[in-house]
Ligand binder design. Structure first.
Ligand SMILES: [Zn+2]
Length: 53
């Protein structure tokens, strides 16, 4: 367990809510696919990316 917040790939901020996750954009577009990138995004950026899809 690390106490250093991860850096969001999108806004570049280090935040405690940054999580590694499957790309919300491609998972929304192609939920059947299992070939999604893993991205590191904070909560607001993940939601924003999902809404762009
Ligand atoms: Zn962010």
């Amino acid at each position: 367990m690390s106490l250093i917040p991860r850096r969001c790939e999108k806004c570049g901020e280090r935040r405690r809510d940054v999580a590694r996750q499957l790309d919300p954009y491609t998972t929304a577009l192609e939920p059947e696919s299992d070939d999604h990138d893993v991205v590191q995004l904070c909560e607001p950026c993940a939601i924003e990316r999902f809404e762009e899809s």
